[in-house]
Design a protein around this ligand. Structure first.
Ligand code: ZN
Length: 308
């Protein structure tokens, strides 16, 4: 019995030893595995830290760029304000001259050159070249339809100091804008939004396509009041080359203006910047008007020629 107990105890010891040994082996394997995983985790933490550092650098750079852009926008806005202030100052000087001409205290006369229906890719740039060469600021009654896709030309008219005014978006006299009051108003507003979007500029001067006579004949006298309610003053003309009515020679267009000025103190001259023959006549029209004592100015809202 004692021998059996001693054998049993020996077996038990071996079993315990075996279990211990197996346990140790498992523990050892676990430790090896765990330390491998730890090393991997450390490597991955390291690369995440690098990534974090890189990202925070990129965020800093982006924030700096945002700040720089914001400061440029502020700068541009303040330039726009300056340009607007300069225009307002210039128009105030024009108004003072106009008042003096009307009061008879100035020997000058005034001619407002106006160009309708543009911009036209083929010709408007050439008109701008002549005006620049002759040092003249004029007024462009533009429609959005012909300006679509020609941003550079459209901007140039404005940036060279000319007055841009509303001539409706589509100018469809026959079966469009004068169909009813709503279609007219919608076309005016569409062009206002087009000008504002393209130039960041709001004009408060309008010319009816075909003139106020055409507009009134289609929609009644209420149309004049309507444009006033929309915030516009409107203007017709008392002088024209005639280029919108018939094709004549440059000399005839020139004479239509220069030989019909009479004693008119303030002229509003209607021309169209699609006309090659008016373009050819323009230098002589400008020189001839100046010789007759006219000062050439762009239109402005407070002018006595604007119907409010
Ligand atoms: Zn027109």
């Amino acid at each position: 019995m004692a021998e059996t107990d001693s054998r049993t105890s020996g077996i038990a010891e071996r079993l315990i030893a075996l279990f211990l040994c197996a346990g140790l082996t498992a523990c050892g394997a676990y430790l090896v595995k765990a330390s491998g995983e730890k090393a991997e985790t450390l490597t991955s933490i390291h690369s995440l830290e690098e990534e974090k550092e890189q990202l925070s650098k990129e965020i800093d750079e982006t924030l700096a760029l945002v700040k720089e852009t914001e400061s440029k926008i502020t700068e541009i806005n303040s330039l726009d304000e300056t340009i607007k202030a300069q225009r307002d100052e210039y128009y105030a000087a024009c108004k003072a001259l106009e008042d003096a001409v009307n009061a008879g205290t100035s020997d000058h006369k005034i001619a407002y050159l106006t160009f309708d229906d543009g911009p036209y890719v083929k010709t408007t740039g050439k008109y701008l070249d002549v005006l620049k060469e002759k040092d003249v600021l004029a007024t462009f009654f533009q429609m959005g339809r012909t300006a679509e896709g020609h941003d550079e030309l459209y901007h140039r008219v404005y940036e060279e100091g000319h007055t841009i005014a509303n001539h409706t978006y589509s100018h469809t006299i026959r079966n469009g804008i004068y169909r009813n009051m709503d279609s007219f108003v919608n076309d005016v507003i569409k062009n206002r939004e087009f000008i504002e979007e393209k130039l960041g500029y709001t004009t408060n001067i309008l010319r009816f396509p075909g003139g106020s006579g055409t507009a009134v004949s289609r929609l009644g006298r209420g149309i004049k009041q309507k444009v006033n309610e929309l915030g516009y003053g409107w203007v017709d003309w008392n002088s024209a080359t005639g280029d919108g009515l018939e094709l004549l020679s440059p000399a005839q267009y020139r004479d239509n203006v220069l030989k019909k000025t009479g004693n008119t103190k303030i002229l509003v001259v209607l021309m169209h910047d699609y006309s090659a023959n008016t373009l050819a006549a323009l230098p002589e029209i400008i020189d001839g008007l100046r010789q007759q004592g006219y000062v050439l100015l762009p239109l402005f809202y407070d002018s006595c020629m604007i119907n409010k």
